[in-house]
Design a protein around this ligand. Structure first.
Ligand SMILES: NC(=O)C1=CN([C@@H]2O[C@H](COP(=O)(O)OP(=O)(O)OC[C@H]3O[C@@H](n4cnc5c(N)ncnc54)[C@H](O)[C@@H]3O)[C@@H](O)[C@H]2O)C=CC1
Ligand SMILES: O=C(CO)COP(=O)(O)O
Length: 318
């Protein structure tokens, strides 16, 4: 089988580097100038500096070259995925499309597999998600992820596992993609708590209540509880709420401490919080923490107001 990675940001580049251990990988960059620069320097200097591209990675800006692979990993920001799939639907229809993006499409409220199934009906949709920073994967540090695919995907699991990248399989695509999407929203909240100096105890409380929210949303949307307790849910929530490597955490930290934040950095949790609020309203699910994240990122509320609102909620059973 052959692999191409579509999207040459930090994560797409890291995956290409990792899979190059197993054979040739094509890495598709949307911008031809970026592809040229990466071919010349053998590095993604903007998004993943300090990591050399192995010889097995060919960088291209031509979709025709990338689309010859059978397995295509989608590694672009979530809000770009629908446009990409619409533009290339005809050529992608017989492929296995593995989403590596984490988020909910704002326009439709769908996750990656919903988008893939509706926009490229002849393809096979899968999700690769879980606790993994691009820099860790690129350095070959041990990582475990969830591979979700509606059909039993032992062959795909074997294809996408490496000696340091260990994949666990599930058929629960809804649970896997919701875990990866929602944890970003709560990582913003955790960053805010730490940035505002509210302490580690407050962060632990917030993470626990965030997990309860994630579970409530995911179960209402048809996911299985055990998926949320696994790598793609609990695992990624822990990583992103506790590490300053996380861009979602760092945005929250800036909100909490009043510092500035570079708007060119990809922070999936902002759009996902908005999409999540719309979904929660539609399905009448209570999401107090995510509602505060949306209000904070839209500058409708201050950190101290958000804290007061959460602490003043009625006392109840756990
Ligand atoms: N960086 C990380 O550690 C991880 C990222 N992810 C997910 O991977 C996805 C991509 O994130 P990163 O690579 O980190 O972002 P990034 O900010 O490093 O790079 C985004 C890349 O997407 C490209 N891009 C933008 N619009 C595009 C389009 N329409 N078609 C193709 N490419 C397009 C940009 O040129 C840029 O190279 C996100 O959903 C993120 O949540 C998942 C796990 C880990
Ligand atoms: O998804 C990630 C780790 O699993 C990366 O998190 P950030 O997008 O917050 O950097």
């Amino acid at each position: 089988m052959s692999i191409a990675v579509l999207g040459a940001g930090a994560f797409g580049t890291a995956l290409a580097v990792s899979y190059a251990q197993k054979g040739p990988v094509t890495l598709w960059a949307r911008d031809p100038d970026q592809a040229d620069a990466m071919r010349q320097t053998r590095e993604n200097t903007r998004r993943l500096p300090g990591v050399k591209l192995p010889e097995n990675v060919s960088v291209t800006a031509e979709t025709a070259t990338a689309f010859t692979a059978e397995t295509l990993l989608l590694a672009m920001p979530m809000q770009q995925m629908a446009g990409f799939l619409k533009a290339h639907a005809a050529t992608l229809s017989a492929k296995t499309l593995v989403s590596c993006s984490k988020g909910i499409d704002l326009a439709t409220g769908q996750g990656p597999t919903g988008l893939i199934r509706s926009l490229v009906p002849g393809s096979r949709a899968a999700v690769l998600t879980g606790p993994s920073f691009a820099a860790d994967i690129a350095r070959g540090l041990p990582t475990a992820l969830t591979l979700a695919c509606a059909d039993h995907s032992e062959a795909l699991q074997a294809e996408l596992s490496t000696p340091t990248l260990r994949l666990y399989r599930t058929t629960d695509t809804t649970g896997a993609e919701l875990g990866g999407a929602l944890k970003n929203v709560y990582a913003i909240a955790a960053g805010t708590v730490i940035g505002a100096g509210l302490g580690d105890s407050a962060r632990a409380a917030l993470m626990t209540r965030s997990f309860a929210e994630m579970l409530r949303v995911a179960l209402a949307l048809g996911a299985r509880a055990e998926t949320l307790s696994g790598l793609s849910g609990f695992g990624d929530l822990v990583l992103t709420c506790t590490s300053e490597q996380s861009r979602n955490f760092r945005l929250g930290h800036a909100l909490g401490s009043g510092a500035g934040f570079d708007p060119s950095i990809t922070v999936e949790g902002v759009a996902t919080a908005e999409a999540l609020n719309a979904l929660a309203k539609k399905h009448q699910i209570e999401i107090p923490v995510a509602a505060m994240v949306t209000a904070l990122t839209q500058q409708k509320i201050s950190v101290s107001e958000a804290m007061k609102i959460l602490l003043a909620r009625p006392l109840k059973e756990e």
